[in-house]
Design a protein. Structure first.
Length: 290
């Protein structure tokens, strides 16, 4: 091999060695660089908390109730079955029109709790208020009454006979829960067996009043404050026992606007009769509460 050829080979080998040294130097330099720490992962709980904070929407404050300058006269409408038939039954079409009337004329339809508050504190959530009540908890309150309430976006209280939930023409417990879940209906007591309280002993009255409230409180997870007398009749013993049982007010079938001057366990209502015109209905509930 000539001297010139050997020099070329050594030159190539030297170049490869130099390249290898450079590569090793680059690797060593990279290893000596400080490692940048990645951001700590956000815990699941903290992320959910952050998401919650971002999605919270402030609810508007409820308007304060109006303190009245004179005693409240509350129109409490009295219905029973929503069907055609005897004097206690109002046809479904009429009921629908009357609920629509309340909506169109901007009435606030009270819940049972709101009615108790209005009567016992002499305050109202707005000037035009009415309380819709239906006695006996007939099944057509679900099939015909509830659709009208939902369509008009109004509320009603059903006075339930707790011992009748097994009867075919009355609401079952499951149906009562279904109606309550809509937010358009709540329930009050109409005793256990719908007996005329004036014709039974004090002990029997106590059972009717206490047991019905206990059933409603337990089954519907509520504090029942309203009692409605069967046939609207009661005596002083009934009033005393109603208070003992924990009711705040009680309803009769006496005709008129409800006023606390009547006594909180002796409140009047307005009977709605079948065939009543819309104009008559409107005049029935019109009252100046101020």
């Amino acid at each position: 091999m000539g001297e010139l050829q050997m020099k070329k080979q050594w030159g190539i080998l030297g170049g490869l060695v130099a390249l290898l040294v450079v590569l090793i130097g680059v690797v060593v330099w990279q290893q000596r660089q400080p490692v940048k720490k990645s951001a700590a992962p956000v815990s699941e709980s903290r992320r959910k908390e952050s998401d919650t904070k971002r999605t919270v929407v402030k609810q508007p404050k409820a308007k304060p109730w109006i303190k009245l300058n004179k005693p409240l006269k509350l129109p409490i409408l009295m219905y029973h079955s929503i069907s055609s038939g005897n004097s206690l039954r109002v046809p479904a079409r009429q009921f629908q029109q009357e609920m629509a009337y309340l909506q169109h004329h901007h009435y606030r339809t009270l819940t049972a709790d709101e009615a108790v508050r209005a009567l016992t504190t002499n305050t109202v959530p707005q000037k035009k208020v009415v309380w819709v009540t239906l006695d006996d908890a007939y099944k057509d309150n679900l099939t015909h009454g509830l659709p009208a309430l939902e369509q008009a976006k109004v509320h009603a209280t059903i006075n339930a006979i707790t011992g009748f939930t097994h009867k075919s023409n009355h609401l079952t417990l499951s149906e009562m829960k279904q109606m309550k879940a809509t937010g358009r209906v709540d329930f009050a007591s109409h005793t256990v067996q719908h007996l005329d309280l004036n014709e039974i002993t004090a002990a029997q009255q106590k059972t009717e009043l206490f047991k019905s409230k206990q059933w409603l409180d337990a089954k519907l997870n509520q504090k029942t404050e309203v009692l409605c007398y069967p046939a609207g009749r009661a005596d002083k013993t009934t009033h005393r026992l109603a208070k003992q049982a924990g009711y705040s007010i009680a309803l009769t079938t006496q005709e008129g606007m409800a006023q606390m001057s009547q006594g909180r366990y002796n409140l009047a209502r307005l009977r709605v009769i079948p065939g009543m015109s819309t104009a008559t209905f409107g005049s029935l509930i019109a009252v100046n509460n101020q």
